[in-house]
Design a protein around this ligand. Structure first.
Ligand SMILES: [Zn+2]
Ligand SMILES: [Zn+2]
Length: 428
């Protein structure tokens, strides 16, 4: 009971920070523009690190608002700096801006018909992850905040980031490169917020999780060296394909027998096995390629260490040799617990308490995590599913049928605006 009272008091004192800034009119006034921007960008999608026209549109808009603009950050990124009417901390808001090599199948007046080249192949291009909505929401947020500079106690940095889906092979890009190029410096950013639209979450709803919210993603390669021989005489060689199968099997026991899975989830997937040329030759080598997903850095270390140890030991047991390479990959999208707790009232006041949901971790990854490696950050999911769609209707991300309802964008502008103002108010 005492504990309950303390919690209740705590939430009262927190919500005191979530004041009303009286921006309803200005937010309502940008809604039709936000929808228009979103449709225009949806119809003109550009692939990762090729977001040239998209960046031009963003920069022109920010400049028209009197916001200081840096272009060409991490190739095509745009950064806007809005100094408020009062001194204070620096808060960053991030939107990713790239589209995917997917051919749209939706019948929409603003359907994408764009074609481009990707890895030497002609492909359709589509905002099949909803980054078009992120851009429009941030452009709207920038407009509302620029209009209300006098209410800002500090500085707001708008980060429009390219290549969240991954730069083309051989190129750098995304959040990692933006951080490298100093996007969190000059002025130094104290905290960062980001959102992702969700085609599975109905419009008007918000989902979040403190701590590990989205997984770290690491690519791995296991190279197995055996000894070639005739397929009819395995005793004359060392079969790397047989060893590969033992390693695949062993890896799943790391997940099921060694990790404390009640703490967080973890995944090892071998997505590719290669080796050999024909039926009657035992080849010299074989290779496994896969992905590791973790939500806790101690567990990540444990998985990485054990994968190396296990592959080497298993190979040795069968007279082969194995080497394991694990990339650093994308870090955990780790929502700073304090920042999450103090920012929650901003979401609740804009969406209504009952529409803000605590969810389980997602084993997908987000490169927003590169900012969170440096400074506290909070990333949440915004509902984008048509409220009239049935519970069994799905529009999965990264597919030709991906669909977002425009009516969800307004809550994005509301929450981004207020979460930034409230953060700066709290830090006064
Ligand atoms: Zn995506
Ligand atoms: Zn995305």
């Amino acid at each position: 009971m005492k504990k309950f009272l303390a919690l209740a008091l705590c939430s009262v004192s927190l919500s005191m920070y979530a004041q009303d800034h009286g921006l309803e009119k200005d937010i309502a006034a940008v809604e039709s523009k936000v929808i228009e921007w979103r449709r225009d960008i949806h119809q003109n999608p550009e692939l990762s690190n090729r977001e040239f026209k998209t960046a031009e549109k963003i920069a022109a808009h920010l400049k028209s608002l009197g916001i200081e603009v840096q272009s060409g950050v991490a190739h095509t990124g745009v950064v806007g700096i809005l100094k408020g009417g009062h001194p204070g901390k620096v808060v960053a808001l991030r939107a990713d801006i790239d589209a995917l090599p997917v051919t749209e199948r939706n019948d929409l007046p603003f359907k994408s018909e764009v074609k481009s080249e990707y890895l030497g192949q002609e492909v359709g291009v589509m905002h099949a992850c909803g980054h078009d909505t992120h851009i429009a929401i941030m452009m709207g947020t920038a407009e509302v905040l620029a209009k209300n500079k006098d209410k800002i106690h500090g500085t707001v940095k708008f980060i429009f980031q390219p290549a969240e889906e991954g730069a083309p092979p051989g190129e750098q890009g995304g959040a990692e490169l933006m951080v490298k190029e100093g996007v969190l410096e000059n002025p130094k950013v104290d905290a960062i917020y980001g959102l992702h639209i969700g085609s599975y979450l109905p419009v008007g709803h918000i989902a979040y999780k403190p701590g590990g919210a989205l997984a770290a993603a690491q690519r791995f390669v296991v190279k197995i060296k055996g000894k070639q021989s005739h397929g009819s005489q395995p005793w004359g060689g060392v079969d790397p394909i047989y060893v590969a199968s033992k390693i695949v099997d062993g890896y799943q026991s790391i997940i099921s027998r060694e990790l404390e899975l009640t703490k967080e989830a973890a995944v090892i997937t071998v997505g590719k096995i290669s080796g050999g040329v024909r039926n009657n030759i035992i080849p010299e080598s074989a290779e496994l390629v896969g992905t590791i997903r973790t939500l806790d850095y101690d567990m990540q270390k444990q998985v990485n260490d054990r994968m190396k140890e296990m592959a080497e030991t298993i190979a040795k047991a069968y007279r082969a040799e194995a080497t394991v390479e694990i990339a650093k990959g994308v870090p955990i999208t780790y929502n700073d617990p304090d920042l999450t707790e103090t920012s929650l009232p901003s979401l609740q006041k804009m969406a209504g308490n009952e529409n803000v949901h605590l969810i389980k971790a997602i084993t997908g990854a987000e490169d927003f995590s590169f900012y969170q490696e440096k400074i506290p950050g909070f990333f949440y999911i915004l509902g984008g599913k048509d409220p009239n769609a049935g519970p069994d209707e799905h529009f999965p991300h990264h597919t030709p049928d991906f669909k977002i309802d425009d009516s969800g964008l307004q809550l994005g502008v509301k929450t981004m605006t207020e979460i930034a103002l409230d953060y700066l108010d709290r830090s006064k």
